[in-house]
Design a protein around this ligand. Sequence first.
Ligand SMILES: NC(=O)c1ccc[n+]([C@@H]2O[C@H](COP(=O)([O-])OP(=O)(O)OC[C@H]3O[C@@H](n4cnc5c(N)ncnc54)[C@H](O)[C@@H]3O)[C@@H](O)[C@H]2O)c1
Length: 383
Amino acid sequence: MAKEKEVSIAIVGCGFVADYYMATLVAYPWIRVAGVFDIDSERLDAFTSYYQLNKYESLEELLGDNRVNIVLNLTNPRAHYEISRRCLEAGRHVYSEKPLAMNYEDSESLVLLAESRGLVISSAPCSLLGNAAQTLWRGVRDGIVGDVRLVYAELDDGMVHLMPYQRWCSKTGAPWPYKDEFEVGCTLEHAGYYLGWLIAIFGPVKTVTAFSDCLIPDKINDVDFEPSDTPDFSVGLLKFETGVVARLTTTIVGPHDHSIRVIGYRGVMEIDDCWFNDAKVRIRKLLTIRRKTFLSPIRSVFKVPGMPKRKLVNTGGNRMDFAAGVAELAESVLQGRSCRLSPRFSLHVTEVSLALQGAGTAACSYDTRSRFEAILPLDWARG
Ligand SMILES: NC(=O)c1ccc[n+]([C@@H]2O[C@H](COP(=O)([O-])OP(=O)(O)OC[C@H]3O[C@@H](n4cnc5c(N)ncnc54)[C@H](O)[C@@H]3O)[C@@H](O)[C@H]2O)c1
C-alpha cells in the first residue's frame, strides 16, 4: 500500500528477532529506520553494519532524535516495561514485542501512560493480521461451519530442551537466547500467537481455568536458571464472554503441534500451523450417513476473494510477517484511526498469557479484569 507520508521508527534491541523484523520491513518502504540502539555494543555494531543503519550510543540519544515517531521495542521481555515506559514518557508511540510487561500492573500502567499522553502502545504477536487468521475469522463470521462453541488450539513447539538450540543463530549472528527464553517461559512467549486470534474473533475472555508446571527443571547442565521453575507446559480453558470455550496448550516438552480446530454445529475449520501466515484454512463438514454422523475425511480449502498474495520468507520454523504489527501501528498513526492491535487489546492478550503461565499446579480459575473495544478485520477480509 503506497503511503503519502513516511514514518520514522527506531529499534531498541537488535538480537535474534530483529533479523526477522528486518526481513519483512522491506515490504513497507514508507517505514524508515532512523536508527538502532542496543546495550550490547558488539551486537549493535554487527547489526548496524550488516543493514547499513544509523546507530545510537544510548537510549537518550535515540529519544533525542526528533524524526522518530515510533519505537520498536525488541529487547528481552524483562526489559520491555522500562524501555517502553521511557519511550512513552518521551512522547513516542511504541510497538513492543510480547509480552507488554512481566506482570499485569506494569502492563496496565503502560497502557494508562500511553492513553494519558495521547499515544499508542501496541504489542506483538501480529499474526492476527496474516491471511490465515483473517480467513479463519471471516469463516467464523460467515458461519461456514455453523455456530462455534468450542476451539482446540496447540502451541507445542516440539521437544526444544532436546534440540541443538545452542547452535541456533540469526542471520546477523545473534544466538537464540535460550536462557532468557527458558526463564521467561514458553507460555508467556508463545500463547499470544493464538490468544490474539481467539480474542479478536470471540471477544474478551471472562475466565481462565489453567494448570502450568515446570516438567524439565534441569534443561541443560551447568546453567542456573533464574527462576529455576518457570513452567514449560501449560493448558488452559478459556471461557469467553460470548460463551465460547477454547482449550489452549503451550509447551516446549511435547511434540510439535501448532494446529487449531474451530468446532461448529456443521463441521470443523482447521489450520495446521499458526506460525505460517499463509497457512490454508480447511473445512471438514459433518456428514450423516444412515445412523452415523462423522467429520468428512476430505478437507476443502476455504478462501476469501481478494486475499492479498504475499511471498513470505521461510525462516525454518515460521513464515510470519513480523513487521506487519509495527506497520499497522504506523498506518493508524498516519491515518488518524485506531490501531487494530490496540493498547487495551494488547493488555487483554497479555493478561490472559500471564494467567495461563502463572496458574501453577493446583488448577485455579482467574477472572480477567481488562476489556477492549472490538477489533476490526482487515478491509479485504471484512465482507
Ligand atoms: N527468539 C525468537 O525466536 C523470538 C521470536 C519472536 C519474538 N521474540 C521476542 O522478541 C524479543 C527479543 O527476543 P530476542 O530473541 O531477539 O532476544 P535477544 O536476547 O536475542 O535480543 C534482545 C536484545 O535486546 C538487547 N537489550 C536488552 N535489554 C536492553 C536494554 N535495556 N536496552 C537496550 N537493549 C537491550 C540485548 O542486548 C539483545 O541484543 C522478546 O520479547 C521475545 O519474546 C523472540
